[in-house]
Design a protein around this ligand. Structure first.
Ligand SMILES: [Zn+2]
Length: 349
């Protein structure tokens, strides 16, 4: 029997339905637990119609006029790193710029502006734009950790659109480099530690093997980067997990890996364009060297829910720490698998 389990409890709630003459109605749902972190989600089977989301040109133009990340202002309106970290102040690659976050969340907190364009819809990001941004994020992390080796925990993050927490429309990543893991990363590291105590068992390797064998949530791979729909998602519209299966920390990731990751991400973003307009993304690196640690990440689609722009975060997530998910992880994987299959990459085996 596999060591990795996918525990779930099937439940139902009954009421008398006024839409059907107050007859008995049974509403099924599932309570799922993530075997690595213990995270609990409640999967509901409600049918949801996704709205076509467009952003008004007037709003985009108004925000562009005062945007510090647009090409005419970026050099003068954004901060420089201190000379002991990055002597040139800012770093550039392609159309991407890296500079310190003016509103830092951590001692080492940076912003990567991805494009010269003030706004890009999810399906307008190219592999090159994404790859340049991630490579620059990695180079910034390397420069910071070179002089501060005790800061071994690094995270590359993306809030896409204000409805997912972005302060500006102009697309940008954020890096944070810490000497201790974030809470979510700590839970994963604790889980990995429990598994690695059990001989030379590698959780991530076994996780990929199990998900491919089960075949319900595995989306596909690009190079050595695997894309999997989370069994117990952390987002109301599901969660897509990325796993750099042969990279223990972010400094090991090659430019080719970033290209493959960006190719997969372009496919995911293309899918999102027609479903949920915004998202949060994080990549996690650090800790447990030599004991099966891998660079992993997640993308959670986000949306203000019509008709009243209802927040997709409610008391369950905010105060109980459990996520109500209205998209079946298996359905999400099925939809995404189609888009991965439509444009096969020569590296996919
Ligand atoms: Zn801008």
């Amino acid at each position: 029997m596999a060591k990795i389990q996918f525990p779930k409890k099937e439940e139902q709630s009954c009421y008398l339905d006024p839409r059907e003459g107050f007859s008995n109605k049974s509403m099924p749902f599932e309570v799922r637990r993530d075997c690595l972190t213990g995270h609990v989600s409640r999967i509901l089977s409600f049918r949801r119609k996704y709205p076509e989301v467009t952003i008004s040109p007037e709003l985009l133009e108004a925000s562009r006029k005062i945007c510090p990340f647009c090409p005419e202002r970026i050099a003068s309106s954004t901060p420089d790193f201190p000379p002991d970290i990055i002597p040139e102040g800012k770093m550039k690659r392609g159309s991407a710029w890296l500079f310190p976050n003016a509103f830092p969340y951590a001692r080492y907190s940076g912003v990567i502006v991805l494009s010269q364009e003030h706004f890009l819809y999810p399906d307008q990001f190219t592999v090159d734009v994404l790859k340049d941004g991630f490579v620059l994020a990695q180079e910034g992390i390397k420069r910071i950790t070179l002089s501060r080796p005790e800061f071994q925990y690094s995270y590359i993050n993306w809030n896409y659109l204000p409805s997912a927490g972005a302060g500006l429309y102009h697309p940008h990543l954020q890096i944070i480099v810490e000497d201790t893991p974030t809470f979510s990363h700590q839970k994963v590291l604790e889980g990995l530690g429990r598994y690695s105590n059990d001989g030379d068992f590698s959780f991530w390797e076994e996780y990929i093997v199990e998900e491919i064998k089960i075949g319900e949530r595995y989306i596909g791979r690009q190079g050595e980067v695997h894309f999997i729909s989370a069994f117990s998602p952390r987002g109301v519209f599901g969660e897509i997990i990325f796993l750099f299966s042969n990279r223990r920390s972010v400094d090991e990731i090659t430019e080719e890996d970033w290209m493959y990751f960006s190719k997969g991400l372009v496919k995911v973003l293309g899918y999102l364009k027609g479903h949920t307009p915004s998202f949060n993304l994080s990549l996690f690196s650090g800790g447990l060297r030599g004991s099966g640690s891998r660079v992993y990440g997640s993308l959670c689609p986000r949306m203000l829910i019509p008709p009243w722009n209802i927040s997709d975060i409610n008391y369950f997530e905010k105060l109980h720490g459990e996520v109500v998910c209205v998209v079946s992880p298996e359905e999400l994987a099925g939809s995404l698998r189609t888009s991965f299959a439509q444009a096969p990459d020569h590296s996919v085996q």
